[in-house]
Write a protein that binds this ligand. Structure first.
Ligand SMILES: Cc1cc2nc3c(=O)[nH]c(=O)nc-3n(C[C@H](O)[C@H](O)[C@H](O)COP(=O)(O)OP(=O)(O)OC[C@H]3O[C@@H](n4cnc5c(N)ncnc54)[C@H](O)[C@@H]3O)c2cc1C
Length: 428
């Protein structure tokens, strides 16, 4: 791609940027370009996550976006490898358990059907879990949650978007952003800018604003030096850079609240002969242990993840290998299930969570800019929110307002007022 222009430029082709591209194209906005330094996703959280999909959250905006996305996954269940096998959440902390049960009202009003289980119920329904159940104060089971193949979902969004004319520009690393100060939303007559100008007028926001005019990228090929810079001009730009979003924000003078934090997961090998009587691993969904370890069946293995407390922020992709398994994973698995007594480490990896102070994502227009939007920092929830966030942001960009899916609680302005934070506690 040499010097170029597009109506809508999405920076970041992870699952969120790709879902947005698809949703824009579906609305007839097809002059859309997605830029990414590596669409294969070596550094994309979308390629490195655990494939959990649940609507069982505490905040309405997170429940609603996840529920809509799970329903969409269900419509494509076979293609996306979506299985509604449920989320089982074990508690040994009475206060957290009490608060989780209190949230069932808001969850079940929205049709999630979350059940409250005793430790005896857990023993009966989940024969895998045959150890230390007396430590539990209870559990919840959410039958409509499940597991999905995120790579298949992202590939679907991309294929459908490309079929409608969206361009995906690979190996373009955003190195700079050019803005200029304008009155209102600028004078372009192109459709998107015209639509956007109308929105700005409707809001009465004709004050001067910065307008992003061009993005500079460096074209890179693995193992080779950068192949020079190119420029792409745009009418509207959307930051969909996930954990990398603060790097972009810094280029336009915004101090971001998001921090990239390493998360490790691994595949665990379990011999069929080690399974306790009546245990069918393949039939299970996600289990979140009271120790914060989470695991689910993954092909012939079990996938297990654990967030090390106080993990420092940084772009750290190092995987600790056997040490991670031996220190954090195996002891917790074996503590809860005799079937895991002799399990082994197969392989693992690490990826980045984009962590915000309230553990909810950031989405909406960026104040002070006439044509800049953002949808990023979805912590451990980006896959399960992707469809709804894509649809909602496309509507916001096209019409100037959110429709059926209202993401306004996720506006970045909330961070200046702690009473507007969208605090999530059931993050893992
Ligand atoms: C270990 C782990 C487990 C997880 N488990 C789950 C789970 O079970 N369920 C769930 O829903 N979520 C889970 N998540 C979170 C989920 O993966 C993310 O929220 C989601 O993938 C974020 O998608 P995104 O499109 O916003 O960002 P990303 O997928 O990270 O995409 C950002 C893109 O920006 C590109 N980029 C970066 N810098 C530049 C630049 N300067 N120029 C151009 N391109 C750039 C990158 O190459 C990347 O493709 C997990 C995450 C991790 C790390």
């Amino acid at each position: 791609m040499g010097d170029d222009r597009t109506d809508i430029l999405i920076v970041g082709g992870g699952i969120v940027g790709t879902a947005l591209a698809w949703a824009l194209a579906r609305r007839g906005l097809r002059e859309v370009t997605v830029l990414d330094l590596d669409l294969a996703g070596v550094y994309a959280s979308s390629e490195l996550n655990a494939g959990g999909a649940r609507a069982t959250w505490w905040q309405p905006v997170n429940i609603d976006t996840c529920r809509a996305t799970l329903d969409f996954f269900d419509e494509h269940a076979e293609e996306f490898g979506f299985r509604r096998r449920g989320y089982l959440w074990l508690y040994d902390d009475p206060d957290l358990h009490r608060r989780a049960l209190a949230k069932r009202a808001i969850q079940n009003q929205r049709g999630l059907g979350v059940e409250s289980l005793t430790a005896a119920d857990v023993a009966l329904r989940f024969p895998l879990l045959d150890r230390a159940l007396d430590e539990l104060v209870g559990a919840t089971f959410s039958p409509r949650d499940g597991l999905v193949n995120p790579n298949a979902v992202r590939a679907w969004f991309r294929r459908e978007a490309e079929a409608q004319g969206v361009r995906f520009a690979n190996r373009h690393y955003v190195t700079g952003v050019e803005t200029r100060r304008v009155a209102g939303a600028g004078g372009s007559t192109r459709r998107v800018a015209a639509v956007h100008a109308t929105q700005v007028e409707r809001r009465g926001a004709l004050a001067d604003a910065d307008l992003v005019r061009e993005v500079l990228t460096s074209h890179r090929v693995p193992g080779a030096a950068a192949r020079g810079e190119s420029r792409i001009a745009c009418e509207v730009i959307v930051n969909c850079l996930g954990a990398w979003s603060p790097v972009f924000s810094a280029k336009i003078g915004i101090g971001d609240v998001t921090e990239p934090v390493r998360r490790q997961i691994c595949l665990v090998g379990v011999h069929a002969s080690d399974l306790a009587a009546g245990v069918d691993l393949a039939a299970l969904g996600m289990i979140v242990d009271a120790s914060d370890l989470y695991f689910h069946p993954e092909g012939p293995h079990v996938l297990a993840g654990y967030s090390i407390p106080d993990e420092p922020a940084g772009f750290d992709f190092a995987y600790d290998g056997e040490a991670f398994f031996e220190t954090f994973v195996w002891p917790r698995l074996a503590h809860r299930a005799s079937s895991f007594e002799r399990c082994g480490h197969v392989r693992g990896w690490s990826g980045l969570y984009a962590v915000t102070p309230d553990r909810s994502g950031i989405a909406g227009p960026v104040s002070g800019f006439a044509n800049l939007f953002e949808a990023h920092s979805f912590t451990g929830r980006g896959v399960m929110q992707s469809y709804a966030v894509g649809l909602a942001m496309a509507e916001r960009i096209d019409t100037g307002r959110f429709g059926g899916i209202d993401l306004s609680p996720l506006d970045r302005s909330r961070f200046s007022d702690p009473t507007r934070w969208v605090r999530e506690e059931l993050h893992i």
